[in-house]
Design a protein around this ligand. Sequence first.
Ligand code: PLP
Length: 438
Amino acid sequence: MPPSSLNAFWMPFTANQQFKSEPRLLTKAKGMYYTSDDDRPILDGTAGLWCVNAGHGREEITEAVSAQLGTLDFAPTFQMGHPLPFELAERLIKHSPEGMDHVFFTNSGSESVDTALKIALAYHRARGNPGKTRFIGREKGYHGTNFGGVSVGGLVNNRRSFGPLLPGVDHLPHAWVPGSEFTQGQPEHGAELAEALLRLIELHGADTIAAVIVEPIVGSGGVWIPPQGYLQRLREITAEHDIVLIFDEVITGFGRVGSSFAAKRMGVTPDLMTTAKGLTNGAIPMGAVFIQSHIHEAFMQGPPELIDLFHGYTYSGHPVAAAAALASLDIYEREHLFERALTLEAQWQASLHALREFEVVKDIRNYGLVGAIELHPGSRIGERGYQVFHHCFWKEHTLVRCTADTIALSPPLIVEPEQIDALMQALANGLRSLSTRN
Ligand SMILES: Cc1ncc(COP(=O)(O)O)c(C=O)c1O
């Protein structure tokens, strides 16, 4: 049944007027495909919104969720507990980078980010450094939509309407140097951009800086792969100056880049790691912050009867979400999905980069099962990106994502080689449709 009216739902991050004049509605999903309301199978090139890593409609998750609802629908985790989040945290830390052995649960990526920022502040305070309060984000960063995340984020459209945001925030420059176009994997040049952190330390004083937050791979800001050695250098500088390093792995976590986390594949361990999305395969909202033991320990020094962190959400460790996450982990482990992006990477990279033959293509970037095709802008920024997205959905029955004039790709990790070919064919047709139009 189509909805009787599209009017009342104010859609997030959407051109509502445009959408409602020609709605794109999805009504079902299974495996690699959605079904649209006009009954077309739609190949999912975006894992929903970077979250359905094990593919759609996984029965184990459905069963776990419905069984959990019938057993324990809700129980508080403030001064009370129930078994599932304990079990889930133990399972999760088996996949986290060495030393990240505690987990704080949230309900979204945005909440994970704000939680991590608050933990960083409270950590310094607990260790007698209450003056370390500044945050350093990065240009083009996306860290969700809450005030902390927007403040450290680096996307002007997400910031400009919302006032002065958090005080005491500075930004690193975007980590990419011209000349890196069409690099396959990590660019060779640009590690020196991490030295900008030393300049900010010189400007503000390390004794005022609490944390640096970056996405290991920039996702929503257009898919940018870090130069070789860049994250390592950030790690060295932050360690030297007692600054908490936060990796925002909301997109890169849970197998997207060929390992459980980008931190693991890239061999750099942050102090805090924010996650969400793939944690429950997108089925139930849930996020998690991973915490290094030395940070956790700093909170466990007070009298045992005192609350150690005045932070949390009613639904932190929600039983139904935890059941969905445990079932997702079962699938990821059994089907070796954390490693699958690695086995598909060569084909993914080759077929994606073959699209550079189109003149309109300005750059192509890839890592794991993430890809981006950046287009030369047309007369209006974002116009061409939207046209490709629109063409792919209506004519090619394929879902891709566009941010301005960059097409971002992140299929479910169960994607088969022939579905990668189909996705690239759809994109080629989308790009071809542009050159006949513009
Ligand atoms: C890197 C990153 N951080 C945070 C978020 C925010 O997550 P959510 O939309 O679940 O709040 C996102 C969402 O795309 C993200 O990509």
